[in-house]
Design a protein around this ligand. Structure first.
Ligand SMILES: Cc1ncc(COP(=O)(O)O)c(C=O)c1O
Length: 479
């Protein structure tokens, strides 16, 4: 017997099981975490690093053809919600790459998962040839998705836009090439040629020839409900609008795309009855329901926003991305596309799957969801901070036309609206917060809002007052 046949496992498995490799990974995690533990508060840049940092920023601008929106270049280290920049400054990260780093900075589990991924023979996996990891990730996602929906299969890909492109193709094929799509006003779907046309933002498709036919539906707003004369009347109006589109273009709609909690559109959701009325109508007309949870997944009061709203039975196609690292399109058995429709060179990096699995396991580990879960509690604490700020400085919160209150969102999708939602002032406020040591962003199409997507699983409830100290300092500059 040769030596090779005597060993009852693969070489790949031997590497993963090697005590020497495990010890090396333990050392990496320990060293990184120990060093990162020095990062405990925000701090200003180190003046000695200023010129080298400015030079890096200039090189970035040269590559991009324009300056960076925020002069942000991370050093590669952080601690939870605190991130260190390459100029030595430390800031609160309340936006996490638009929600990508939900497990925070230098999370020991993430570093371990990345180190394990580094053992693989290649960095990228593909649709043609792959290790099991992409399918393991898909299997885990489907296992949780199936608890509240009929979603059965998944296509794994590298970006939210690509997941959405795959979703729309599945719908087109199911509907024999029906060319139209129904979408909500103010939705956002990504930046590919098709997705920038579905997204309701003129700035996102300047100069792009229009090849996709979209019928926009009103989304739920307080102003819309008031104008209609109440919730039931608003829902009836929207259903009538949907019927009108279908009557005008019979059998011409491939799908209705639902963003159950609008992200870029301003962290807005709607009552279940609104979605049920429209989804029931879709079922009646044979129009597939496509649910884009690329921004909302994981952060509402359930892992899936359709579970929060108890809408899983209606969902035919579903997309996820951002915090999951690997992105995916999921669909029901009835929507299963023909071979050849979906593929692509890459499914993702090994670390997309090891970190993606860690993320899903963390979310499922308990305590985060439900009306009394940690994410709902964080939202309550955030709201209290905004209310307290507004009562200390009512002049910064003059009220917003068509919107009651200055706080909004759900779970880890948090927004507040100073300065009446004025675009220029909101952008100024975000930039002032950046300068003071807090990174956030804006959302909405008017009113505009300050948007937070904090790394909730690693964020300490006691840190909300520290974060709002920075907010207050910054708003004072703008106010
Ligand atoms: C709801 C929604 N869909 C799709 C996308 C596109 O994802 P990506 O930027 O990964 O292509 C985004 C990104 O912001 C999003 O918020």
């Amino acid at each position: 017997m040769t030596e090779a046949t005597a060993v009852q496992t693969t070489v790949g498995e031997q590497i993963k099981q090697s005590p020497a490799v495990a010890a090396a990974i333990d050392t990496i995690v320990h060293e990184t975490t120990t060093k990162c533990a020095q990062i405990t508060d925000i701090r200003e840049a180190n003046p000695e690093l200023k010129s080298s940092y400015d030079e890096l920023l200039a090189r970035c601008a040269a590559v991009k053809g324009r300056g960076l929106l925020y002069p942000y270049l991370a050093s590669g280290a952080g601690n939870g919600a605190l991130v260190e920049l390459a100029d030595g400054s430390v800031k609160w990260d309340m936006i996490t790459g638009i929600g990508v780093h939900f497990l925070g900075h230098s999370n020991p589990g993430v570093i371990r998962a990345q180190a394990v991924a580094a053992l693989d023979d290649t960095t990228k996996h593909g649709n043609l040839l792959s290790n099991f990891d992409a399918y393991g990730f898909g299997e885990k996602l489907l296992e949780h998705a199936a608890k509240g929906s009929k979603l059965k299969s998944a296509f794994i890909t590298t970006s939210g836009a690509m997941a959405n492109e795959s979703a729309i193709k599945v719908c087109y094929q199911k509907r024999n090439g029906a060319p139209r799509v129904i979408a909500f006003k103010d939705c956002f779907m990504g930046r590919s040629v098709t997705m920038c046309q579905l997204g309701d933002s003129a700035g996102g498709r300047q100069g792009v020839p229009l090849s996709t036919q979209v019928d926009y539906m009103p989304f739920w707003t307080e102003a819309g409900v008031a104008a209609a004369g109440g919730e039931e009347k608003f829902i009836a109006q929207c259903v009538a609008q949907l019927d009108e589109f279908v009557a005008r273009y019979p059998d011409q709609h491939a799908c209705f795309i639902f963003e159950l909690v609008q992200g870029e559109g301003g962290f807005r959701t709607a009552p279940r009855e609104f979605f049920v009325a429209l989804m029931e109508r879709c079922k009646k007309h044979g129009i597939p329901v496509w649910d884009d949870e690329i921004q909302s997944f994981g952060r509402t009061t359930e892992m899936f926003a359709y579970d929060m709203l108890n809408l899983g039975e209606y969902v035919d196609v579903f997309c996820v991305g951002k915090m999951t690292q690997a992105c995916a399109t999921l669909w029901t058995e009835e929507m299963n596309p023909k071979a050849g429709l979906l593929s692509g060179t890459f499914t993702g990096n090994s670390s997309d799957f090891t970190v993606g699995n860690l993320l899903i396991d963390t979310l499922a580990s308990g305590g985060f969801y439900g009306a009394d879960g940690k994410f709902a509690k964080h939202f309550e604490l955030f709201s209290q901070q905004v209310q307290a700020l507004a009562s200390r400085h009512p002049e910064w919160f003059p009220g917003v036309e068509g919107q009651s209150g200055v706080v909004g969102g759900v779970g880890g999708m948090m927004r507040f609206t100073p300065f009446g939602g004025d675009k220029d002032k909101i952008i100024k406020a975000c930039k002032a917060m950046y300068d003071e040591g807090l990174i956030c962003f804006w959302c909405g199409h008017g009113p505009f809002h300050v948007r937070f997507l904090p790394p909730l699983p690693v964020f300490d409830e006691a840190d909300w007052p520290r974060v709002f100290e920075v907010v207050e300092k910054a708003l004072a500059k703008v106010g």
